[in-house]
Structures are given as structure tokens and as C-alpha cells.
Design a protein around this ligand. Structure first.
Ligand SMILES: [Zn+2]
Ligand SMILES: [Zn+2]
Length: 273
């Protein structure tokens, strides 16, 4: 198999401004062969098990319908079934999961990065939900997988996670994303804001999980004003739920348990004024 060519004619082109993103338009950002197979090759920073980064050669070859080979340093690294779409990564956030990646149970090395804004083959700007479950790639196994069949695809026991577990992430120039997890970003949302869609979805999902309790809630306390806490506050504001925020001020140990103390910060819900 040849994967040393990889043209990437606009690989080095500056990322186009959002103003230029108009109607969907096709552009040849990878090699498309008469056989219907596509190939793309690139070098990317790959996170190593010792916490360092190393430049590594990758290639993807295949297509959306029949599946893809991921080749790393000249050897087959991962075979993907149909249902994955090739996207060009434009921006990628950094979160605490990335900072703690070395401590997670998933194999390294890997190209990490999972808060991704990308461009598809038609020039559309998209955000990506990262759980590559049976359901997300429309696999027939979704009908028999207990989690996917129950509508809990983000807990699919056979899933991979883009940028976290095996699937190369958004700190490389190209990703293969589950086709069912790709969401077009509206034109009036800048890339810089859109890159928060993935972590914001986590905050929104937390509230969705609590929706029964929130229905009758008069006020909600948000413990901690870190990145996720602030996104939870943003989600509560969208829902019109009253909230107050508590800032962590000290932690101490009682026996083996670590407890945290919280101090009420300024009231941040406009509707509480
Ligand atoms: Zn994250
Ligand atoms: Zn499943």
C-alpha cells in the first residue's frame, strides 16, 4: 500500500476566514483515487507515555462507506469500519482531560485533542461529538449492543473516543470522525466560540441528566468555578434556572476522605437581582 504521496494541496494554506464560508463547495483537500478510495498523509505531534511529544508520520486510506486504514510510522495501526468521515481539524481546545491524559487508562502514544472544530469535504464547518459507538457509525451492532440499543451510546462498551482513546485527535491536521456525531456550526458562531461546543455539551448533558430535579428547583448551587463550572452556569442561564455559584476556598482531610469547603461568591444570575 502506498501512502507516501499525500498531496494535500491546500494543507499549508491559511485557514479561511468564516466570511469565506458560504454555500457548501467541494475542494480537493486530499487525494481521491478513481477507485473511490481516499488517502491523506501527515506528520503530527503525538503524545507519549512519558509525557513528551514526538513528531510521527500518519496516513489514512479508505472511504466513508468501506472503512479506513490508519497507518502509523509505516505500520497498520487501526482498521475502522465504514461510518467514519475524514475532516480537517481547524481548531482544538485543551481541557483538564488533556492535561491529565498521561494518568488515564487509555493507550499511549496517541494524537490527542478532542474539543474540535473541523472542515468537511464540502467546506462546512462542523463540531464533533467524540464517542465512536456502534450507533454513531450506524453499525448493525447498534441493534444488539445493550447500551446503544438503550439510547446510551456514549456508554457503548466497544466505543473508541476521538482524541482520548485510540482514535487520532484534533491536534493533528486530519481526523476520522463518526459520521453520526458531526454537527454543522452555524455561520454566526466564530470558530473561537465554536470550539467550546464540545465541553459545553458536557455541561448541558449534566443538566439534562438532572432535568427532573431541576424542573422544580428554585435555585441551583454550582460548586466550583473552573472551566466546566462556568459552562454549567452558562447552560443554567440558557435554561433560565436561577443559580448561585460557590467558589472552592480550601480542602482538608478527614480520615481518608478529602473534603472541600465552598464559599458563596457573588450572585451571578441576573434574575436574582
Ligand atoms: Zn475536554
Ligand atoms: Zn454499542
Amino acid at each position: 500500500m502506498t501512502y507516501a504521496l499525500f498531496l494535500l494541496c491546500d494543507f499549508l494554506a491559511p485557514i479561511r476566514s468564516r466570511q469565506s464560508q458560504g454555500a457548501a463547495r467541494k475542494h480537493p483537500f486530499f487525494e481521491q483515487r478513481p477507485s473511490g478510495m481516499c488517502a491523506v498523509g501527515f506528520r503530527a505531534y503525538e503524545y507519549q507515555a512519558d509525557g513528551s511529544f514526538k513528531t510521527t508520520q500518519y496516513a489514512y486510506e479508505g472511504n466513508d462507506q468501506e472503512g479506513w486504514y490508519i497507518i502509523r510510522e509505516g505500520s497498520r495501526y487501526l482498521d475502522l469500519p465504514g461510518g467514519y468521515r475524514l475532516l480537517r481539524s481547524l481548531r482544538c481546545g485543551i481541557c483538564a482531560t488533556d492535561l491529565a491524559r498521561i494518568h488515564l487508562a487509555f493507550p499511549l502514544p496517541q494524537i490527542i485533542g478532542h474539543e474540535i472544530i473541523a472542515e468537511d469535504i464540502d467546506g462546512r464547518i462542523v463540531a464533533v461529538e467524540i464517542n465512536a459507538s456502534h450507533a454513531s457509525i450506524s453499525s448493525p451492532a447498534a441493534l444488539t449492543c445493550p447500551m446503544c440499543a438503550a439510547g446510551l451510546a456514549t456508554h457503548c462498551p466497544e466505543r473508541m473516543v476521538l482524541g482520548i482513546d485510540r482514535l487520532p485527535g484534533g491536534y493533528g491536521p486530519w481526523i476520522l470522525a463518526p459520521a453520526g456525531n458531526i454537527v454543522e456550526v452555524p455561520h454566526d458562531i466564530s470558530d473561537t466560540v465554536a470550539v467550546l461546543i464540545e465541553p459545553f455539551a458536557a455541561a448541558a448533558h449534566a443538566l439534562e441528566s438532572l432535568s427532573l430535579h431541576l424542573k422544580d428547583a428554585r435555585r441551583v448551587a454550582v460548586l466550583g468555578l473552573g472551566r466546566l463550572g462556568l459552562l454549567v452556569i452558562a447552560a443554567l442561564a440558557v435554561l433560565g434556572v436561577l443559580y448561585f455559584a460557590l467558589k472552592k476556598i480550601v480542602g482538608w482531610f478527614v480520615g481518608r476522605k478529602s473534603l472541600k469547603s465552598y464559599q458563596r461568591s457573588e450572585t451571578t444570575s441576573p434574575s436574582l437581582n
